[in-house]
Design a protein around this ligand. Structure first.
Ligand code: NDP
Length: 301
């Protein structure tokens, strides 16, 4: 059985590819850059902006996992950037949708990434579940539109899953890759007050959730992919510094400075979120990395 991954060249896609291969799937990757296929992975090219896609990518797929999208935190959210963040996620789905229709082709499942940003940043102790209403800030609206577009594939009668992902911890990229060099050099810091929650998931657990979404036909609709625990920015920074062998006075980066540097994006970092993992656990899923210490240790070792 073949799994096509859009954006499979990225941080999550690369890891997930290895998990799928180890579970006897063949993997195809849709990338905007031409790449040479290897024995195990077939690369297809597309250009979502020009509505171009190598049609065989879709025709040969039994499952599609949609991970493609412009980086969210890399640059300031200007109006142009916001448009690109949204359209780089929705346009590929629209393109896939029209090809499925054109060829009257079905899939066993369409599984799209989404984000816990759908619930909006907030400082409250409330634990958001999949039934919590979506927020009206930029990330909330983006995730809603992203999921609504994914549902157009569901409307073709294809089982559609939306993985509302927390901050992914892994060795090769994402949040930790950005933040660890400073900590490693002894400059550990806390962003904002430190009391805001930091909802995270280890990349192995996230990949296993994608795998389960393929294998378990009862899984459909939105699922939070995040571990519900008591990790705050302060706990995260202290744990990370400890793993680097120093227990320190941790200077805080003031909220006002972060607001100036990050603009609207600062809200997501300064406020944080608590998110429930109950729904995915009810499917029988068990987290392999269930404490902050074990997850960080695994990513740093
Ligand atoms: P990456 O940025 O590492 O990879 C995404 C891939 O998308 C890239 O390799 C690239 O592939 C493709 N891409 C980049 N820009 C565009 C664009 N403008 N149009 C179309 N394709 C583009 O992302 P991750 O692997 O970290 O994340 C995958 C998905 O999961 C994303 O949608 C992300 O928002 C979501 N997510 C990730 C989290 C995290 O902590 N990492 C947290 C929450 C959600 P190529 O250049 O080959 O075309």
């Amino acid at each position: 059985q073949n799994v096509l991954i859009t954006g499979g060249t990225g941080f999550i896609g690369k890891y997930l590819t290895q998990v799928l291969l180890a579970n006897n799937f063949t993997v195809s990757i849709l990338s905007r850059t031409p790449r040479k296929s290897s024995g195990l992975i077939t690369y297809y090219q597309w250009n979502p902006e020009r509505d171009y896609i190598e049609e065989d990518a879709i025709l040969n797929a039994d499952y599609i996992i949609h991970l493609a999208g412009e980086g969210i935190v890399e640059k300031r959210w200007t109006a142009k950037r916001k448009k690109s963040i949204l359209e780089s996620r929705t346009k590929p789905i629209t393109l896939i949708h029209s090809l499925l229709k054109k060829h009257n082709k079905s899939l066993n499942a369409f599984i799209s990434a989404s984000g816990i940003g759908i619930y909006g940043a907030n400082t409250s102790e409330q634990i958001c579940t999949e039934d919590t209403p979506a927020a009206n800030d930029f990330l909330g609206l983006t995730c809603q539109e992203w999921e609504k577009t994914a549902d157009t594939i569901g409307a073709l009668g294809i089982r559609t899953v939306k993985i509302r992902t927390g901050i992914v911890f892994g060795r090769a990229g994402g949040f930790l890759k950005k933040i660890t060099p400073g900590f490693k050099a002894g400059f550990g810091t806390i962003l904002g007050s430190g009391s805001q929650y930091l909802p995270w998931i280890h990349i192995e657990d996230l990949s296993q959730i994608y795998l389960k979404s393929i294998l378990d036909t009862k899984i459909e609709g939105p699922y939070n992919a995040v571990l519900t625990d008591d990790t705050t920015q302060l706990k995260f920074s202290k744990t990370l510094a400890n793993l680097y062998g120093y227990s320190i006075w941790l200077p805080k980066i003031p909220q006002s400075l972060l607001k100036i540097v990050l603009g609207e994006m600062s809200d997501a970092i300064l406020k944080g979120q608590r998110v429930s993992s109950e729904k995915i656990q009810h499917t029988g899923f068990e987290f392999q990395f269930a404490t902050l210490e074990t997850a960080l240790y695994d990513c740093l070792k």
